[in-house]
Write a protein that binds this ligand. Structure first.
Ligand code: FAD
Length: 836
């Protein structure tokens, strides 16, 4: 049990002090004691990168507060590319880092060799220098955290295992330990290797698994001491993706670890309680393929003697990110588990958790780490397959069009076999559910060619878009979250949670949902189906995240029922100018425009199956979303295809839908709409009834309106060539003005150096003459019907109205392309298609 309270100075006045850390053995008794102690800031998710930057910056403060050294070595590190694809990946990483104020640098293999002369640079084509990388002493750092917590008032009880956890009817927890029972309001499960067991004490099966991990320590190497004495510097850290190797200096030798393909879970179901400060049996055969590459790439390593091989277990969630936050369905039971890179992430995890416990909100966008991001489908077997996949791919390239195969298919709809075998769909995974992405002309062609550039799906997605824009298309939309909120208090409840007024009977509204800080935590379509009964559609991946919020606030309402449909309600969407004609042939009622208007809801039979229909489409065309029980989905689908044949109806997938929403400037949840943006920043003002009855976040939203949003969601058309944006690319502007909204990371950290060893004073990566990084891309792609590359992103509001050419550029894979703001949607700016 562990409650980590951040020692950030501003916290001293307000942090909780009545906290006890209960440790079954000694501090560091789980994974921590044998960790390699490496840390870094870079992460595929910029929000996680920010928390990692916070962690790295915290160490100095931690040392001051605790008086305990962490033995920090901020050496910096290089990532080595051995292929053009890997170089594209590094260019993308470098560009993304600009938005975070990171000072990474693309360098040549020879420049990398100057910092790590033990490498044979002929194996590489380029490298990325990151100044904020290094290593520390895991034991010293753990004790520094513990001492800092004690300084701030926390107690620590060692050698006292927690045996049982129960909850009283008043919500108080009883933590039964060897030394007695502790009554507490909150419990934090930070059980590391035993997190699953501690979860099971309250009936929780956390999706995490420990993996064996090996690293080697060499004897002293003359090459290392020579470099140290010649330069006065330590060797930098190196990641060699090809060999799946990380290496760095350890004393006068090297430490070399691998994330090998032939990885091995440890104790897949239960962690033995008697596992302590012992190491696992090394298995050199498993890492031999990596070592063979290592010997070639770092020849001196082959000659070095091996002093010790460490093999120890540490835990991973299916996607490799931690599981933190309030556990859905439990009151005041918190998770701080599956922290696989504790020395990069521990401080950030602690800060987010402390904010969440004290303020009710993590204070950042931590969805990538939120314990609520996995559904019930993340079973033990699923987790096992995904964790192994994640571990073995740690140093693999992630392509923007890549769908990972492990544990699939986990959930399918009744159309799955039709989509695969008749329609040759290429499927994607949305929250454990198989969803058609695009359709190939034959089974043989039904796969993605992985690339950072436009790929083999391009022409097929274009054809799907063309069919919708010119006639009609059908797509499966079961990958939405669907809820029913009913009861006499339903309307009042929804009005309190949502920013928009609730719809009239038979109508639909779109509405954001805000947290108390006025930040976006949801975006929904709500239909009033009958008196006291509302249907809500949102993001499937946020189902548990949203349910946790709904349940938290529902307890103040007596007559209220919230139902999650999940896979008991499936959906199909038909869209395009001929969609009404197709649907009319399948229903008995008159669905002409005047009888079934835009943004209306109806329940009616479709092809003889009971359905609920929303008249709207995310494609921005005339369209209908049709919802039915799974047993009717094939019947409705077959009916649509049959009646659509005369209009050459075409199946379209998620990629076509997302392409079409771009040219309508529609935002999407998790990209443009996230908990770091306010409602006016995201240009959702049409859906904010700021003066309606009280709603959560109203005060903060009013303030945002009063002050004026500092940044604004903006759409761009880009003069791109063979690649489109995939998210997090920097947006450049030619401007004299200095914008400080990009928070430079590591501002609390130690000094940073460029690859030549010169100290960095300011944010060099964000400026190039008159051009400055002024924002970041949230999503984008190719808009097929207007035949242009598009992006959405956030830039300062005063720049967001400048539609003049020549003032903006977006950096894709290291190259900057001119782009222009598109204030009005390029497709059907007045929305006539949707409405008529
Ligand atoms: C070989 C190896 C190399 C690594 N290298 C790195 C690296 O370079 N950089 C990096 O950032 N990370 C690295 N890691 C991962 C790192 O060790 C973990 O991220 C980190 O240790 C997780 O810390 P934790 O506190 O969450 O879990 P743990 O260290 O497992 O701690 C959990 C604690 O909870 C206690 N506990 C559990 N159940 C109970 C109970 N019922 N009652 C009381 N106490 C209980 C345990 O005794 C234990 O002390 C490495 C791991 C290994 C194995």
């Amino acid at each position: 049990m562990f409650c980590i309270v951040s020692p950030r100075k501003s916290w001293l006045e307000r942090c909780w002090k009545d906290i006890i850390l209960i440790e079954r053995s000694e501090l560091t008794s789980g994974s921590s004691w044998h960790a390699a102690g490496g840390f870094h800031t870079l992460n595929g998710d910029p929000n996680v990168a920010k928390l990692q930057a916070y962690t790295v910056g915290l160490y100095k403060e931690l040392e001051e507060l605790s008086g305990q050294s962490c033995s920090l070595h901020l050496t910096g590190g290089v990532m080595m590319a051995d292929s053009s694809e890997r170089m594209d990946f590094l260019r993308m990483t470098h560009a993304r880092g600009r938005c975070l104020g990171m000072e990474t640098e693309l360098i040549t293999p020879s420049e990398a060799k100057a910092m790590f002369p033990l490498m044979d640079e002929s194996h590489f084509v380029g490298a990325l220098w990151d100044p904020v990388e290094g290593h520390l002493d895991p034991s010293g750092t753990t004790h520094a955290y513990a001492k800092a917590a004690q300084v701030l008032g926390a107690e620590i009880e060692l050698r006292n295992p927690v045996l049982e956890i129960t909850q009283d009817t008043d919500g108080m927890w009883n933590v039964v330990t060897k030394n007695g029972t502790i009554k507490t309001e909150h419990v934090v499960n930070a059980g590391g290797l035993w997190a699953r067991e501690v979860g099971r004490m309250v009936g929780l099966e956390l999706p995490l698994l420990a993996m064996e991990h090996m690293y080697l320590l060499t004897d002293d190497m003359p090459e290392v001491t020579e470099f140290n004495s010649e330069t006065g510097r330590e060797l930098v850290g190196v990641i060699d993706f090809k060999g799946e190797i990380y290496t760095r200096q350890e004393r006068n030798g090297l430490l070399l670890g691998t994330y090998e393909k032939a990885c091995k879970p440890w104790s897949p179901i239960n962690t033995p309680w008697d596992f302590g400060h012992e190491l696992l049996q090394p298995d050199l055969d498993r890492i031999t393929p990596s070592l063979e590459v290592g010997f070639k790439h770092f020849p001196a390593f082959e000659k070095a003697g091996i002093k010790q091989i460490i093999n120890g277990p540490f835990t991973f969630a299916p996607d490799g990110n931690p599981l933190i936050g309030p556990v859905p369905g439990l009151t005041n039971y918190w998770s701080a588990c599956a922290v696989m890179a504790g020395f990069s992430q521990g401080g950030g995890v602690g800060l987010a958790l402390a904010n969440w416990m004290v303020d009710g909100d993590p204070g950042f966008d931590v969805f990538a780490m939120d314990v609520s991001r996995f559904g019930e489908w993340a079973t033990i077997k699923y987790t096992n397959a995904k964790v192994r996949e994640n571990y073995s791919r740690r140093f693999s390239i992630s392509f923007p069009n890549e769908e990972l195969p492990a544990a699939r298919p986990q959930q399918t709809t009744p159309l799955y076999d039709i989509m695969l075998n008749e329609n040759f769909a290429v499927m994607g995974d949305t929250w454990g559910l198989e969803t058609p992405l695009w359709f190939a002309p034959s089974k043989k062609e039904a796969h993605d060619v992985l690339s950072f550039h436009r790929s083999n799906d391009f022409n097929h997605v274009a054809a799907e878009v063309e069919a919708v824009r010119n006639s009609v298309g059908v797509t499966e939309i079961s990958n939405f979250a669907k809820y029913e909120v009913s009861g006499a208090d339903a309307e009042a409840f929804l009005n309190y949670l949502m920013t928009n007024n609730m719809p009239k009977l038979g109508s639909i509204i779109l509405t954001p949902m805000l947290n108390e800080n006025g930040k976006l935590i949801g975006d929904f379509t709500i239909a009033k189906a009958s008196e006291n009964r509302f249907l809500i559609f949102g993001s499937l991946s946020a189902t548990k995240y949203h349910m946790r919020w709904f349940e938290k606030h529902s307890k103040f309402y007596k007559s209220l029922k919230i139902k999650r449909f999940d896979m008991t309600l499936h959906g199909l969407s038909i869209a395009g100018p001929n969609s009404r004609k197709v649907l009319q042939k399948l229903v008995d009622e008159d669905i002409s425009n005047s009888r079934f208007q835009f943004m209306s809801f109806r329940e009616m039979d479709v092809n003889g199956a009971p359905c609920m229909i929303n008249r709207l489409s995310y494609s921005g065309d005339l369209g209908y979303e049709i919802w039915m029980a799974p047993e009717y989905q094939r019947k409705v689908y077959r009916g649509i295809k049959k009646q659509g044949a005369e209009f050459n109806i075409k199946d379209f997938g998620m990629r076509a839908l997302l392409s079409m929403r771009l040219e309508k400037n529609f935002p999407s949840w998790f990209a443009e709409l996230r908990p770091i943006y306010g409602p006016y920043e995201s240009r959702m003002e049409r859906f904010i009834k700021i003066n309606k009855s009280k709603f959560i976040g109203q005060k903060a939203a009013k303030q945002e309106l009063l002050d004026g949003p500092k940044i604004s969601r903006t759409s761009f058309i880009i003069n791109a060539d063979t690649s489109d944006v995939s998210g997090d690319e920097p947006i450049w502007a030619k401007t004299e003005k200095v914008y400080n909204f990009i928070d430079p990371p590591h501002k609390h950290g130690a000094k940073r150096f460029n690859s030549k060893g010169n100290e960095l004073s300011s944010s060099n990566s964000q400026q190039d003459g008159k051009w400055k990084v002024v924002g970041w891309v949230t999503s984008g792609g190719y808009a097929h019907s207007i035949k242009a590359s598009m992006a959405q992103g956030y830039i300062p509001t005063d720049l967001s109205q400048i539609t003049q050419k020549g003032l903006f550029e977006i950096e894709i894979l290291g190259k900057r392309y001119p782009c222009q703001i598109m204030d009005n949607p390029p497709f059907d700016p007045l929305g006539k298609c949707m409405k008529s």
